[in-house]
Design a protein around this ligand. Structure first.
Ligand SMILES: C[S@@+](CC[C@H](N)C(=O)[O-])C[C@H]1O[C@@H](n2cnc3c(N)ncnc32)[C@H](O)[C@@H]1O
Length: 354
């Protein structure tokens, strides 16, 4: 819904193409979302020309909200993509905005005198949430408001430039406020990391081929990989879970990586691997040295995915894969901070040169 009337003095006209504000659980997730958007690979076409963090800063934390500027994807399509994407667990709320008011008071004035009450019931969804109570008090009784049964949503986001908002007919929210996202823990967080990496690299399930999973126990990554390729060769001296061992396309080589090369080659049956992944708890330098002997088993064009563990905030973060002789045979080398990575962890992605 775009207002046909002029904006407030000093404010831009309502936009025909909206901006979308995504509110995350934490500031670090918002920052990583901006970084992912900037890689140009993760989000679908039309999901914003640029991404930036917005919202109030405090001494302790920055904003936890990301603005995607100029979203041409239709609202139902984009929200469906968000619901199904691998970072969905980190998203709290999604707001759409086409218009802007300089102050809270100007917003109320504009809603009453320019927009008027919609034909139906409105659900308020504001960031910060305290705005909802305030706005509910300000709007006249002719605005029927209800948090559960509604025909329209009024989204409002406080930004440093004013209050971005949209009043639109829609009877559904991206997510019910009653729904609390499950915290990612243990195995689940491990699999989310790989799922995010594969989504970023635009790998689709059922692609065929083979994957080598180094440091595979108890089997979260192997389980994800088993959906993407025909054969998973998992290497770890530790036990795999019974669920992972029951996968029909998984072979577990119960050895250290350093001792497993002939077994991996045999398990691949002479074919190369399309994916070589490693999630061992090792410093990058130690890990790369252990992965190197297996790199010839990756096909040209095959993808390398390595979890980089740094063990402390200060130490070793400067490790540069671009200056790493072990990665000379690779291109498109990137170190990404996926939302499912921990604070001391990054993911290195690279493609073997053709
Ligand atoms: C963080 S866990 C991997 C979790 C796994 N990606 C998952 O999703 O279930 C790290 C694993 O690396 C394994 N590991 C450590 N050193 C290893 C080595 N030299 N060779 C093979 N595996 C090793 C450990 O036994 C451990 O199971």
């Amino acid at each position: 819904m775009v207002s046909p009337t002029l904006a407030e003095p000093g404010m831009p006209l309502a936009k025909s193409v909206p901006d979308v504000y995504i509110q995350f659980q934490s500031q670090t997730h918002a920052w990583r979302c901006v970084m992912l958007h900037r890689t140009g690979k993760f989000f679908p076409d039309g999901a914003g020309l640029t991404a930036e963090e917005v919202g109030p800063h405090t001494d302790h934390a920055g904003p936890a909200t990301v603005k995607l500027h100029h979203v041409t994807l239709a609202r139902p399509a984009f929200e469906a993509w968000l619901q199904g994407c691998v970072i969905e667990w980190a998203i709290m709320r999604v707001y759409w905005a086409r218009d802007m008011s300089a102050s809270k008071e100007a917003l109320v004035d504009r809603l009453i005198n320019v927009y008027g009450p919609p034909k139906g019931v409105t659900r308020l969804q504001c960031y910060p949430r305290s705005l909802e109570g305030w706005l509910g008090e300000q709007l006249p009784l002719t605005w029927e408001l209800h948090p559960v049964t509604f025909t329209h949503t009024l989204h409002v986001v406080e930004t440093e430039h004013g209050y971005a908002f949209e009043l639109a007919p829609t009877a559904a929210l991206f997510r019910s406020t009653a729904w609390t996202p499950a915290r990612l823990d243990g195995l689940c967080k491990a699999t989310a990391k790989l799922a995010e990496a594969l989504a970023w690299a635009r790998h689709a399930p059922g692609g065929g081929g083979a994957a080598i999973d180094l440091g595979s126990a108890p089997g979260g990554w192997s389980t994800v990989l088993s959906r993407y390729v025909d054969r998973v060769v998992a290497v770890d001296p530790a036990a795999m879970s019974p669920e992972a061992l029951a996968l029909p396309n998984l072979v577990h080589i119960r050895k250290k990586v350093e001792d497993a090369l002939p077994d991996v080659r045999r398990a691949l049956g002479g074919a190369g691997a399309d994916l070589l992944v490693c999630d061992m708890n090792k410093h990058p330098l130690a890990m790369i040295a252990m992965v190197k002997p297996l790199m010839p088993l990756l096909k040209p064009g095959g993808r390398l995915i390595l979890t980089l563990k740094f063990f402390s905030r200060s130490r070793g973060k400067a490790w540069d894969p671009h200056a790493c002789p072990e990665l000379e045979a690779f291109e498109d080398i990137q170190v990404l901070w996926f939302l499912a990575n921990t604070a001391h962890e990054r993911t290195c992605m690279a493609v073997k040169k053709l």
